[in-house]
Design a protein. Structure first.
Length: 324
């Protein structure tokens, strides 16, 4: 059985030799061999081998790119995965794994040949989560991570609109605030690990703080860290917060609009109909409404949002975000 032979090859020979053997066997594969894969792909183990390339980086990458083309030509799904000891027995996908290691050339090849951007691994992690995570250092991104994110942008894989994400063909779009199982959204992960590089990239792309993320930050007592990261991010973008005071980040302004959750904006918009003159409302009410003013004590203590609110937050954000 070809699948078992390829698995054996990946552990029996040195990585470079094993990759060459795998490519050769794949070129000779019959239609029956490919059907027997049953949503399995040799690309996962091949990419894992590539992490041990040492001084042969270019040779390994060329072989991986060749294997991607051979798999595509033979009809192997580029979204098919594999689980093994090296992945912790977690189902891994070629696109996610390549993004995790910052191999943007392999990511580009997979996307060009039709891999689904939103295909997640067994932990719910997509190429977006992987691109904004440096396995070497949690607090910064490598140049290859930035290049991987740019590839996703160039191929129009990422959207900030929940409406567009939901209406797009399955697997074709990545939602900027999409969750993974372990660490939540990319923005929440960036805040938790104080990754200013990832945080700034997300803000510049148009990510915003979701209600769920805000409640988790509140519960984990990370709001002060979040505010410091806002100041640092706005400084780097030339959008200075008045006085650079951490507390000032609690006041709404255009520069920090993205850092206020959708429910806050919806609630403020509804309050604008209370009869106060617009100037009075904006000057004497809005600045005194912190991010948490709309939530009740149970929600701030960790209980979930009411289902009706949770289900419609994306649409409410799209409708009201530009009106506050």
């Amino acid at each position: 059985m070809l699948q078992q032979d390829l698995i054996a090859l990946s552990g029996k020979h040195p990585p470079l030799t094993a990759l060459k053997h795998i490519i050769r066997r794949m070129r000779l594969a019959t239609k029956k061999d490919i059907e027997d894969f049953q949503n399995w792909s040799p690309l996962v183990r091949a990419i894992l081998m590539c992490t041990r390339f040492g001084s042969n980086e270019n040779i390994f990458r060329d072989l991986i790119l060749e294997l991607v083309e051979v798999c595509h030509a033979k009809g192997v799904s580029l979204d098919a995965g594999d689980r093994c000891v090296a992945t912790g027995e977690v189902l891994e996908r070629p696109l996610v794994l390549a993004a995790h290691y910052g191999d943007h050339q392999v990511v580009e090849k997979l996307l060009f040949l039709g891999a689904s951007p939103d295909c997640a691994n067994g932990e719910g992690k997509t190429a977006l989560h992987a691109a904004l995570h440096n396995p070497v250092s949690m607090k910064r991104l490598r140049n290859c991570d930035r290049a991987t994110f740019q590839i996703l942008v160039i191929y129009s894989c990422i959207t900030t609109s929940l409406g567009i994400y939901r209406s797009s063909p399955l697997g074709s779009k990545l939602y900027i605030n999409g969750d993974e199982i372990t660490f939540g959204t990319p923005m929440l992960r960036a805040i938790r690990f104080q990754n200013d590089d990832a945080f700034r990239i997300l803000v510049e792309f148009g990510a915003f703080l979701s209600d769920r993320d805000f409640l988790l930050l509140y519960k984990m007592k990370l709001l002060r860290r979040f505010r410091k990261m806002i100041i640092k991010c706005n400084d780097s973008r030339g959008l200075l917060v008045d006085g650079k005071d951490v507390q000032n980040c609690g006041v709404w302004s255009e520069a920090v609009d993205w850092s206020f959750p959708p429910t806050w904006k919806v609630a403020v918009h509804l309050c604008s109909f209370c009869g106060l003159p617009e100037e009075v409302f904006n000057s004497y009410l809005v600045p005194f409404l912190p991010r948490h003013w709309f939530y009740n004590s149970a929600q701030l203590a960790g209980e979930s949002l009411p289902p009706r609110i949770l289900a419609s937050l994306g649409e409410l954000e799209l409708r009201y975000r530009d009106k506050v």
